[in-house]
Design a protein around this ligand. Sequence first.
Ligand code: SF4
Ligand code: SF4
Length: 75
Amino acid sequence: MKVDESVANLDICGRFCGSCPTYRENSLNNGKPRLLFCAKGNSDKGKGEKMVGCNCPGCGVHKRYKLTGDYFCTK
Ligand code: SF4
Ligand code: SF4
């Protein structure tokens, strides 16, 4: 199921990705896209990323769209 790039989903992502250690560690807020990697694809800062935890499995978007996997910012 394709994830909608909606304001509601962005808001949820902001809470989950935004509080994720990998997000902070790699300053993904300075990359593109800035959020909603499960819909928009990986971050341009995702290459060589330090993977130090992923909040995706606990995220409501992950459940609602029946996503599998994690670390969408790197894939
Ligand atoms: S996709 Fe996963 S690892 Fe990447 S910033 Fe979001 S919660 Fe963190
Ligand atoms: S599954 Fe991950 S990338 Fe997608 S909205 Fe949730 S926290 Fe963000």
